[in-house]
Design a protein around this ligand. Structure first.
Ligand SMILES: [Zn+2]
Length: 292
């Protein structure tokens, strides 16, 4: 998205570097993502929106979508691989080729609605994966746990009124994309955390709000919108999560997947813009998923 933009290519490099440093990179199975198909995109996005994105893609330089979101000539190519990654991960996990999967992708996806690109997002990767699981494998209950510091408004909008997909989204109160004083009006299970919230209040909220609702819902597949921007080191928010909180959240997701979904879990990278804490927390998240 241009120089000095927080959604930068180094975000993926630092995760790989950290996996190497921890000596776990070689222990993981790796899959190359295919590009997403038009049919897979159309399950969650409007045809006209997809055409518009192609039309405004620049040949050189940038197209500004909003103040923070820009397209360069390669944006949609990257976005097609990012969404294809979620589809591929769902295929591998549902058919038992992989126990679970982490999609190391950018651009992120959870702010992309059916017809609007925003918040660095173009195609809603996690939603495309969930819709694929339902269409291709006849799943009736997919949970999306979104612990990115921003409300997953795109995912919320895409699955509004769809009882097969339930969104569990935590976010910092009043932070983008929320308007000040407003709360989401969708049918997700929300946790709104005021600026400054740290470990104790986070864990209490998850235990009293998310976990009982997840038990009730009994997902056949757990998808995770894994954003690491609620970390105390990340300037994108004013929450104060620590490395150990992301480990705790990962374990909570794994427990639910094991109990209800035969362990089937697909995690897709969303935000996380402080490169140090992103590298540590994402690598630890992956290590836990791989049981290493
Ligand atoms: Zn975020």
């Amino acid at each position: 998205m241009g120089p000095d933009h927080p959604e930068c290519f180094q975000r993926l490099d630092v995760i790989t570097d950290m996996l190497m440093t921890l000596r776990v990179l070689d222990l993981l199975a790796h899959s190359e993502a295919p590009t997403v198909s038009k049919e897979e995109l159309l399950r969650v996005h409007d045809a006209r929106y997809l055409d518009d994105l192609e039309r405004i893609l620049p040949d050189k330089g940038y197209t500004n979508i909003d103040l923070d979101t820009r397209m360069c000539p390669n944006t949609l190519k990257a976005a097609r691989y990012a969404a294809g990654s979620a589809v591929q991960a769902v295929n591998e996990v549902i058919t038992g080729q992989a126990k679970n999967a982490f999609c190391a992708v950018r651009p992120p996806g959870h702010h992309a609605t059916s017809d609007t690109a925003m918040g660095f997002c173009f195609y809603n990767n996690v939603a495309i994966g969930a819709a694929h699981a339902i269409a291709e494998y006849d799943l009736e209950r997919v949970a999306i746990v979104d612990f990115d510091v921003h409300h997953g408004n795109g995912t919320d909008e895409i699955f509004a009124g769809d009882e097969r997909v339930r969104l569990f989204s935590l976010y910092e109160t009043d932070l983008f994309p929320m308007e000040r004083g407003k709360e989401p009006e969708g049918d997700g299970v929300y946790i709104s955390l005021p600026a400054g919230t740290g470990s104790e209040a986070l864990r209490a909220a998850v235990e009293t709000t998310w976990l009982p609702a997840l038990e009730d819902f009994k997902p056949q597949l757990l998808m995770v919108s894994a954003g690491f921007d609620a970390h105390v080191q990340d300037d994108m928010s004013s929450l104060a999560f620590l490395d150990a909180d992301f480990q705790w959240l990962t374990q909570a997701c794994l427990n639910v997947a094991k109990r209800h979904a035969q362990g089937r879990l697909v995690s897709v990278l969303e935000g996380g813009y402080d490169l140090e804490s992103l590298a540590r927390c994402a690598a630890q998240h992956i290590k836990q998923l791989a049981d290493l």
